[in-house]
Design a protein around this ligand. Sequence first.
Ligand code: UDP
Ligand code: MG
Length: 320
Amino acid sequence: MTMDMDISVVIPLYNEAESLPELTAWIQRVMDDHRFSYEIILIDDGSIDGSWEVIEELKAVNARITGVKFRRNYGKSAALNVGFAAAQGNVVITMDADLQDSPDEIPELYRRVAMEGFDLVSGWKKQRHDPPSKTIPTKLFNSVTRGMSGIHNLHDFNCGLKAYKKDVVKNIEVYGEMHRYIPVIAKWAGFKRIDEQVVQHYPRKYGKTKFGPGRFIKGFLDLLSIFFVGKFGKRPMHFFGTMGVLSFLAGFIIAVWLIAEKLISIANQSPYRNVTDQPLFFLALVAIILGTQLFLTGFIAELVSRNSADRNNYQIEKVI
Ligand code: UDP
Ligand code: MG
């Protein structure tokens, strides 16, 4: 392997045997045309259709191919994470294995990261070739993600075709279904130069999609996790403590007020309602209990984060 490799192409795949020969040949052609030094990392995410045998054959004729075989299906994020760990190129390109993304986009994506200095350039499938049942929820998703993450210049967070500076992939962790939000993860890790690039998108040529409708629920929950962990992961008490104190105080003040009202009525010998006859009293009780519990959750979360091995892991860009 050369010390200074231009590009690592990282490709997660699950049951894509038919596409692989065409895809790798196409990548090879583009790389050779542009005289890039490169590697292709194929991560077989537990395929059961003979994808691995195809990878073995491809590897036998092209030493630039690296194959990684999972013992079972762990998901696209896991495959990407392993590919990122293995990648040696200065620029890392991810793409899907199903020929929906075109290797012809690689040179321009490479240029924008290597020459223009972007940390991450995400593909934008401006013209999609997917059914409306997928494109409409995706639009909604992208706008929610834009709003929550503050990355306003991306239209298409989940595009499989992306280019990264090597530093980025070595400093982020992707798991669960979080591959949809890699730009958000990168931003939280301090990589701010993020942009997009319109890319061609083709209909799936072989096989079928690997993600069902469940993608939308899981995707949304993952967004919440990313947001929460990114913002409060190292200081959970700030979240739970604030909510807890607010809730407790609201309940406490209401309760004191109701009791005071009754005592004053007794003192004035005017008619009064029992404190327990007032719905507001129960609301106050609930708020007090909830507040205390939130507060205790905050303490426990602090203890957990204090004990985590990477509590003092920070993103250090340079030391001189
Ligand atoms: N994929 C994977 N593991 C999985 C599901 C999918 O590695 O558990 C790969 C899949 O083989 C493809 C990419 O992730 O290379 C995108 O999947 P797909 O084309 O099914 O998604 P879609 O285009 O429908 O969003
Ligand atoms: Mg696809």
